[in-house]
Design a protein around this ligand. Structure first.
Ligand code: A3P
Length: 310
């Protein structure tokens, strides 16, 4: 398997951009990129997982609010009890931990909650399982990804990471799990399936209570009822324990290893941080990609209201 350095996209030095390995779907003629310390066997083990009826998948492109949504789903399913330890021990990441780790999670009392960044069509499918997808304006997810790579430089082999190099890779989909734009197109096409809930990070930011209720309703009547019982006590607990402040205070739970830059994993948690980072040309280049890809598949207007207010 080749170890891909993406210097065809930019003429910057290799140490200035993250590196990835290209892995192949075990049964199809399709590939995706993984962080370089992974191997084909990890992807093979992930794809062989057979989704069970009770499974809940939290799916996303990286840096779109996955951890936030995982925490919300966990709190709803576990009646407001916080995640006990590192999040990956309770909610494995399918593409990294594989079927082996997922199967170790007991699902007799509570359903398994499985995190997954793989492209939509690669995720093990069961018509009775539930699939939540969260997406976010790509300009903000790119900035979040930049800080993510900065914080895990060894993992990505880029001690001198430069934003402009990452910008090129991201815009053309040469980063882990492929193109943001393909990813969103895949999930948007499924948004009306009864076992899919398509969510926007920005909606969670603007109206968390109703979004938590929406998640509860999607997960099942019993969860919705529990959220609303006792004057919405559980709903208030979920909102409180999934707030930016509360999640910042539980920082040790969200990552397996410490970041090299001492920055928190739960960084700014804002809409529009891209304005502090992108040049006009870069913002326009992403808008162009949104239009090209989103017009073809129907999602290009997802953030139009934000463009008007911000
Ligand atoms: P920023 O880097 O823009 O702050 P993921 O979990 O998919 O990796 O996404 C991480 C992003 O979600 C980070 O964005 C992080 O701060 C944000 N996030 C995590 N928890 C949040 C919360 N409770 N409220 C708002 N944003 C949150």
């Amino acid at each position: 398997m080749s170890h891909v350095k993406q210097n065809q996209v930019s003429d910057l030095d290799n140490s200035e951009m993250p590196s990835f390995i290209r892995l192949k779907h075990p049964n199809r003629d399709e590939t995706t990129l993984y962080p370089m310390d992974f191997e084909q066997k990890e992807l093979d083990d992930a794809v062989r997982y057979e989704a069970e009826d009770s499974d809940i998948f939290v799916c996303s492109y990286p840096k779109c609010g996955t951890t936030w949504l995982q925490n919300i789903v966990w709190l709803i399913v576990h009646n407001g009890e916080p995640i006990p330890d590192k999040i990956r021990y309770s909610m494995p990441m399918l593409e990294f931990d594989g079927a082996t780790a997922v199967l170790k999670i007991d699902n007799k009392v509570y359903p398994r909650i499985i995190k997954c960044h793989l492209p939509q069509s690669w995720i093990p499918y069961n018509k009775n399982a539930k699939y939540l997808n969260i997406t976010r304006n790509p300009k903000d997810s790119l900035i979040s990804y930049f800080y993510h790579c900065k914080g895990f430089k060894e993992h990505y082999g880029c001690p001198d990471l430069k934003f402009d190099a990452l910008f090129d890779l991201y815009t053309y989909g040469e980063v882990e799990f492929g193109s943001y734009f393909d990813h969103v197109s895949g999930w948007y096409a499924k948004r009306d399936d009864p076992n899919v809930l398509f969510l926007l990070y920005e909606d969670l930011k603007r109206d968390i209570k109703n979004q938590v209720l929406k998640v509860g309703k999607f997960l099942g009547d019993q969860y919705e009822k529990a959220l609303l019982a006792n004057n919405g006590k559980l709903l208030d607990t979920v909102v409180e324990l999934s707030s930016l402040k509360s999640m910042k205070s539980q920082e040790h739970k969200w990552t397996m290893s410490a970041r090299t830059d001492q920055q928190p994993f739960i960084r700014k948690g804002q809409i529009g941080d891209w304005k502090n980072h992108l040049s006009e040309e870069q913002a326009a280049a992403i808008d162009k990609r949104i239009k090209e890809m989103g017009d073809a598949t129907g999602w290009s207007g997802l953030w139009d209201d934000l463009n008007k207010v911000n």
